[in-house]
Design a protein. Structure first.
Lengths: 116, 113
């Protein structure tokens, strides 16, 4: 079974631009979570989607948004990029057959975003 | 509010020595606890998790962790370190069934030959 895939793996943008990152979960997984990882702040939760609905959201400004499609693939968008948005963005999927409870999260390799 | 503290941003051990990575958490309800490992330029991989039941949890690659409620700890151990264990290790906690994880800052494990 293929793992979680994220595209692109590397991205360079300039301040003020916007960016869209894509995540394809493991087949059959319905929950997708997004995280931002930086050396200074560590791993921070962005949001989680289950069956196309955002169920949880972390403490990030509205410039960060996401969505999930009917095939469970997810995208996250960052508008008006700032230098501080440079980070590794990780996507994780989990099975969560019942829509609740704890299940193992499987992570993709991440997208490394550099904002110049 | 939940929080996770990992003691030591870097831990250095000799190959063959005991590995001990510390994790303490704060939670108002029985938590779910996780250890993940991240190798350079890769995503995170689950090592082990505690949800309910036996407090000593065995994971992959010879790692184990023990949930100690009285100490609010979930330390990760491995009896004998191997060079391939060099990576960054993250402890995470969730006290909600809808699975929002709170992460520790991570501990880089360095293995000396």
């Amino acid at each position: 079974k293929a793992g979680v895939t994220q595209t692109p793996r590397y991205l360079i943008k300039t301040r003020g631009q916007q960016v869209t990152l894509s995540c394809s979960p493991i087949s059959g997984h319905r929950s997708v979570s997004w995280y931002q990882q930086t050396p200074g702040q560590g791993l921070q939760f962005l949001f989680e989607y289950f069956s196309e609905t955002q169920r949880n959201k972390g403490n990030f400004p509205g410039r960060f948004s996401g969505r999930q499609f009917s095939n469970s693939r997810s995208e996250m968008n960052v508008s008006t990029l700032e230098l501080g948005d440079s980070a590794l963005y990780l996507c994780a999927s989990s099975l969560l057959t019942s829509g609740s409870g704890i299940d193992t999260q499987y992570f993709g390799p991440g997208t490394r975003l550099t904002v110049l | 509010a939940q929080s996770v503290t990992q003691l030591g941003s870097h831990v250095s051990v000799s190959e063959g020595a005991l590995v001990l990575l510390r994790c303490n958490y704060s939670s108002s309800v029985p938590p779910y606890l996780f250890w993940y490992v991240q190798y350079p330029n890769q995503g995170l991989q689950l090592l082990l998790k505690y949800t309910t039941g036996a407090t000593l949890v065995k994971g992959i690659n010879g790692f184990e962790a023990e949930f100690k409620k009285s100490e609010t700890s979930f330390h990760l151990t491995k009896p004998s370190a191997h060079m391939s264990d060099a990576a960054e290790y993250f402890c995470a906690v969730s006290e909600r069934a809808d699975y929002q994880l709170i992460w520790g800052a991570g501990t880089k494990l360095i293995i000396k030959p």
